[in-house]
Design a protein around this ligand. Structure first.
Ligand code: PMV
Length: 287
């Protein structure tokens, strides 16, 4: 028996644009997925508290095959919220299977194998989620013609408030929708990518960072991936002390992230309004 873990993530800047080669920033958060792989006789069995969908079956079979293993998944990351649940599952599964087979994987192989699993969930992922799921911390990611390039940056002292819409977004169809509107929307994607450097420079200054996040949200709205509930959560955050807020992840549901001089006060207001929320710091290092 062997196990592997990986962490959830939040995209601070650059979702969707990253699919088209623009730079993006993402952080690892303190929520883990752990997968245990065990040899058995007979067909591969999957045990998951979050349910076993057809896509999950195909993802597991793509890694361990449809015979001879019991795969048990335990996850603290809700599905479809832009928190990187499928990437964390993909990385944890690849790690657990490799450990079960006595293999030691380097970073590039882990990334490539987990991206193949993630493809079962999302079609054409950029790879940013998998890079963060594997390494945590603060990652600057760019897709290039020579493959994915990512750098682990010094971790800033940043706390992010996460407000949950309670709705599930479907990353695959949102990414496909953006592609169907391309190249008409390429100016919006470029403008999103252009925010990454200023956001990176402002990570320790919520006064400067907030308005950049709100600009990012406005561009994602123009791109057609927001949702009334997400726009309402952004407005709620701004009305309750946030300096800025944006949807995080593919959109269509999922979460909004907000920054504030007093993150705990924003969470208390959200609690009072019945909005599920939490404050997260950046979790570093492979779990
Ligand atoms: O799976 P999500 O919701 O965290 O979104 C992934 C980020 C996208 O840029 C929308 C897609 C991608 O593959 O980079």
């Amino acid at each position: 028996m062997a196990s592997g873990s990986a962490q959830g993530k939040l995209i601070v800047c650059g979702e969707h644009a990253v699919v088209y080669g623009h730079p993006a920033l993402a952080i690892g958060i303190d929520r883990l997925t752990t997968v245990t792989v065990e040899r058995t006789h007979g067909p591969t069995e999957i045990v998951s508290e979050q349910g076993v969908t057809e896509r999950l079956k195909r993802a597991v079979w793509a890694t361990v095959g449809d015979d001879s293993f019991v795969v048990t998944i335990r996850s603290q990351i809700p599905v479809g919220r832009g928190l990187g649940s499928s990437a964390a599952l993909s990385v944890a599964l690849v790690r657990a299977h490799a450990a079960c087979m006595g293999q030691v994987l380097d970073d590039e192989t882990t990334h490539a194998r987990s991206l193949a699993v993630e493809t079962v969930f999302h079609g054409t992922p950029s790879g940013i989620d998998n890079a963060v799921a594997a390494h945590g911390g603060l990652v600057r990611f760019r897709r290039t013609p020579d493959g994915p390039r990512w750098t682990q940056l010094a971790v800033p002292d940043l706390r992010v408030v996460v407000l949950d819409s309670g709705l599930e977004g479907d990353t695959g169809s949102l990414v496909a929708g953006v592609r169907s509107r391309n190249p008409a929307n390429s100016g919006i994607l470029e403008a999103i990518g252009a925010l990454t450097d200023p956001v990176q420079s402002a990570l320790e200054d919520v006064g400067a960072l907030g308005p950049l996040l709100s600009q990012n949200h406005a561009l994602l709205r123009q791109l057609g991936v927001s949702h009334d509930r997400l726009d309402a959560l952004v407005a709620f955050a701004l009305d309750n002390g946030a300096t800025g807020a944006k949807l995080a992840g593919a959109g269509g549901g999922g979460v909004v992230i907000a920054v504030s001089g007093d993150p705990n006060a924003l969470v208390a207001r959200a609690d009072a309004a019945g909005i599920p929320s939490f404050v997260t710091h950046i979790r570093t290092g492979a779990p």
